[in-house]
Design a protein around this ligand. Structure first.
Ligand SMILES: C[C@](O)(CO)[C@H](O)COP(=O)(O)OP(=O)(O)OC[C@H]1O[C@@H](n2ccc(N)nc2=O)[C@H](O)[C@@H]1O
Ligand SMILES: Nc1ncnc2c1ncn2[C@@H]1O[C@H](COP(=O)(O)OP(=O)(O)OP(=O)(O)O)[C@@H](O)[C@H]1O
Length: 310
């Protein structure tokens, strides 16, 4: 008697990028607890990879995670990928059952939106697996309900973010920029950094209505890393430094190493340094390691594409 091997369950693999904020201008906190932002997002070539596999109806959601920092990622409904399954299933009226596997390539809790990338990738993966073919604008609307950074992880490349950071306008760039990142095992909580921002700026933080990113946009269009380095700006940096004074040394080491620009990435504690070349990025990272100014170092390029099915 011959045995027919069971066909493997259908699955979909999606890749989504982490991000940096080349500028992050933060206005005074609004009544809903969120801060109005004007930010220039750029996706980096550090990726999350999500595999979504079909399971029998009613089986529910299962989640596994791999990667160097996997032990720091929740495996329950507090995971943004899990919430993404529930959000899209509710939206299309299907049973929220799927097996998710996340391969993490973005530093965890580092202000680089790895969890947001997982959420964006999961929306796209479920949409493809279930054959619901939602338009991109509908996926972006769902993404914004999951977190302010999630719509950008779908879009990728470079974009200006306004509102909570969820309203996006793509921006033109030329060429490739080289980055080195210094990460810390002990992450910073995004709400805690925004709260410290409020404490430091008081109730009269300047509005972001007049934010002017012309210099930065010109540097991006020209593919000019020196001008880009001079235009980097993060209004959350003072708050992150106040919570983690030791980051000042990490910033200074990169400046001394000739980085074209150095800043805290998003809400931190990752420090991002813009390098002249791949070799220069590797040298900056090696110096951080030698000076014991980081728990881990990463080198990559930007911009990178948004979430896409592989
Ligand atoms: C720091 C950034 O990464 C810069 O892109 C983002 O602003 C953070 O985006 P995120 O992690 O997706 O944040 P969300 O999950 O939307 O919000 C988490 C918390 O961050 C604070 N938050 C977030 C976005 C924003 N524009 N103002 C805020 O004050 C709020 O306390 C909010 O409760
Ligand atoms: N899929 C996920 N991957 C990693 N962390 C997650 C995920 N879902 C929820 N979390 C929780 O969220 C926290 C922050 O995760 P994440 O890596 O997205 O931070 P982040 O890069 O600082 O995000 P952001 O830049 O959007 O503020 C983690 O400490 C973890 O407890």
């Amino acid at each position: 008697m011959s045995h027919l091997a069971a066909a493997p369950a259908p699955s979909v693999r999606v890749r989504a990028p982490g991000k940096i904020n080349l500028t992050l201008r933060v206005g005074p906190v609004a009544d809903d607890g969120y801060h109005p932002l004007v930010t220039v997002f750029q996706a980096v070539a550090l990726h999350e990879e999500i595999t979504a596999t079909e399971v029998p109806e009613g089986a529910g959601i299962s989640l596994t995670v791999e990667g160097p920092q996997a032990d720091r990622v929740p495996l329950d409904a507090s995971n943004l990928a899990w919430q993404a399954v529930e959000a899209i299933a509710r939206h299309v009226g299907l049973d929220p059952s799927v097996a998710l596997h996340i391969a993490k390539g973005v530093p965890v809790a580092g202000g680089m939106a790895g969890g947001s990338a997982d959420a964006a990738a999961t929306l796209l993966a479920c949409d493809a697996l279930w054959g619901t073919a939602l338009p991109r604008e509908e996926l972006a609307g769902l993404a914004a309900t999951l977190g302010s950074d999630v719509p950008f992880a779908l879009l990728g490349h470079t974009a200006v973010g306004t509102g909570r950071g969820h309203l996006l306008t793509p921006a033109m760039t030329r060429g490739e920029f080289h980055w080195a990142f210094a990460t810390r095992d002990d992450g910073l909580s995004t709400p805690a950094v925004y709260r410290r921002f409020d404490e430091l700026t008081g109730p009269t933080a300047p509005s972001v209505d007049d934010a002017d990113d012309n210099g930065l946009m010109q540097a991006l269009r020209a593919g000019d890393p020196t001008a880009l380095g001079e235009a980097l700006q993060n209004d959350l940096e003072a708050a992150a430094l106040d919570l983690r004074p030791e980051l000042a040394r990490t910033l200074q080491i990169a400046r001394d190493g000739g980085a074209l620009g150095v800043m805290v990435s998003g809400s931190g504690p990752t420090v991002a340094a813009l390098a002249r070349s791949r070799q220069h990025a590797l040298a900056l990272a090696a110096t951080w390691t030698a000076e014991d100014a980081a728990d881990a170092v990463w080198c990559t390029t930007a911009p990178a594409p948004g979430a896409r099915v592989l």
